[in-house]
Design a protein around this ligand. Structure first.
Ligand code: SAM
Length: 246
């Protein structure tokens, strides 16, 4: 096994495609979370880090135009079969004009970026006031380097928080390679978003669902441990942000 983390998701493109092909997590958990959090009707939407494009058809039902944004050329070529895709490297969105987008979505991408602050600033720049940012990501409880399940003497599975309070990285297995995740405590994440002009509307925390636990029996006992974080923010009007004296 090569232990250095991948530099591009193209290095694990085949593995990722086979993972998502029969992944119960998407239908069981990600889709219902998106159903709950995505606005009903918008004009322009961006799917940031769209991978092989599995979200694009779903977004196209909510948006007049849904465009994927993807760094990895191979994945981008697969995604193009499902909708328009721009090859670009996040978190910069220099190629998008200010205030032109109604909805930005990022599913399982934010903790892959080393600069979440710029992600929030850039999405807040391109999304117009009143527009939305929807993020689904590994729950920060899960992403510290040394966080892990521990089993007590009675066989109950508990969670070791590890270095939760510090930002840091952890390299997690992905097929035969590893992927680098960037851990930020929830407070850091939410504060960076607020400072960029994002107003929190809904935050949902869920554990792994029964389908995923059945597919990966190693997760048994973790059904009460937070695993997915889903958030919807609204772009405030920068001329009149919340908290401004009337
Ligand atoms: C875990 S996959 C999720 C794909 C898709 N959002 C989904 O849920 O099926 C992460 C994706 O983000 C892309 N990605 C990671 N870092 C990126 C970056 N800096 N710029 C653009 N895309 C990036 C990867 O190439 C990969 O396709």
């Amino acid at each position: 096994m090569t232990t250095s983390p991948i530099e591009s998701w193209d290095e694990i493109a085949e593995w990722w495609r086979s993972e998502v092909a029969d992944d119960p997590l998407f239908d069981e958990q990600v889709r219902p979370l998106l159903d709950e959090l995505l606005p009903r009707e918008v004009d322009y939407a961006l799917d940031l880090g769209c991978g092989e494009g599995r979200l694009l058809p779903l977004l196209a039902r909510r948006a007049d135009v849904a465009v994927g944004v993807e760094e990895a050329p191979r994945l981008a070529r697969w995604a193009v079969e499902r909708g328009p895709v721009v090859r670009a490297i996040l978190p910069r969105l220099d190629w998008v004009r200010d205030g032109t987008i109604a909805l930005a979505v990022a599913v399982y991408v934010l903790d892959l970026l080393d600069d979440a602050g710029t992600f929030f600033v850039e999405t807040a720049r391109v999304v117009r006031p009143g527009g939305f940012l929807v993020v689904v990501v590994n729950h920060p409880v899960f992403t510290p380097d040394d966080a892990a399940p521990v089993v007590d003497a009675d066989g109950e599975v508990l969670w070791r928080w590890g270095g939760y309070f510090a930002t840091g990285v952890s390299d997690q297995p992905a097929g035969e390679r590893t992927v680098r995740f960037h851990h930020r405590p929830l407070g850091v994440l939410l504060t960076e978003a607020a400072q960029a002009g994002w107003c929190l509307e809904t935050l949902v925390e869920v554990p792994l669902g029964p389908g995923t636990v059945a597919r990966h029996p190693g997760y048994r006992g973790q059904e009460q441990i937070p695993r997915i974080l889903a958030v919807r923010w609204r772009r405030t009007d920068s001329r009149n942000p919340p908290g401004t004296p009337m």
